[in-house]
Design a protein around this ligand. Sequence first.
Ligand code: GLA
Length: 390
Amino acid sequence: MREQLIREFETLFGAGGDIRTYFAPGRVNLIGEHTDYNGGHVFPCALTIGTYLIARKRNDNRLFFYSKNFERQGVAESDLNCLKPGIDGSKWISYPKAVMWTMGEKGFPVREGFDLFYYGNIPNSSGLSSSSSIGVVTGYMLRDMMNLDGLTMTDIALYAQYAENHYNGVNCGIMDQFVIAMGKKEKAIYLDTATLEYEYVPVELGDARIVIACSNKKRGLGDSKYNERRSQCEQALADIRTVKDVASLGALSIEEFESIKDAIKDPVCARRAKHAVYENQRTMEAVKVLEKNDLARFGQLMRESHLSLRDDYEVTGLELDTLVEEAWNCDGVIGARMTGAGFGGCTVNLVKTDAIDQFIEKVGARYFDTVGYKADFYAVDIGDGAGEWK
Ligand code: GLA
């Protein structure tokens, strides 16, 4: 595929020069949802599918972007003076441009133009973080091509998050960018988002695999609802701080939360905060039980996570609930829950290998009957984080 994409790059932009190739994965979160902007823990892993980037520096200040995923849009042209939040609307080029702008904000301005060719094999709008994958692959490419060897992979993740927050207006946490930059084959990352301390944990599922079910629901208002959830948690924390000095919701144990929760004035904010606190504790337990190979308990925690996201955080909806609730009824399913931001997107399922076909058939049929369109299913593998593509 690499040679093929390079040929396509050369057909579009001409041959010659120093052409380099990069890859950044998509991600799936096993547990720890909507905890990353609350100072809690997350437990995601990188996938072997992701975004490929073919890049070459130019001698002028022009920027040319092409995505094989949006072939009809052709080549988009811009230049280094046009890196400004708000000017790209919802076009896909706002993701790479956001990271280029961020480099300038962080003291490493991009001074030469680029020809850039992207290709992603993450299903579009699936909630497997295709946009963060584009951001991180762009950041990695800039570090390499601008010889910024002092920047760490954590810096790249933080810059890609900054780009999302300040250029694209999505107040996301650090989970996606971090695991996309730092992921490791066959391991999940147990990350404390309050300190960015992390640990690689082997995901040994024996005779089971991770199966992702994609709802194919367009996310629509997802971003604004995401930001709303975040501010509801901030409101809850502000109320709690009137009675107790705490750094974040993630710093609270369940007992502490239960003893001070009445300080939260708005009942909706109280439910959001409850999710954030309980989900963080569930994630901490999930890692412990996985280390002990107690997959049954891990699956139960996934179930509790989904219920909390459904009832207290209210980010699931008919599509994700149908996929998950039917999965719970299937033989050979160890655990199932929604993954990512919610409001559409995907579910993550741990399914015994010999039950996967039946699982897909059963959940797929129930989904089609209930929702009226198809879901897609992918058995996935855990891969490495961003790097050069050789
Ligand atoms: C999105 C965000 C992440 C995280 C998840 C929910 O994927 O980008 O930072 O908040 O939603 O866990």
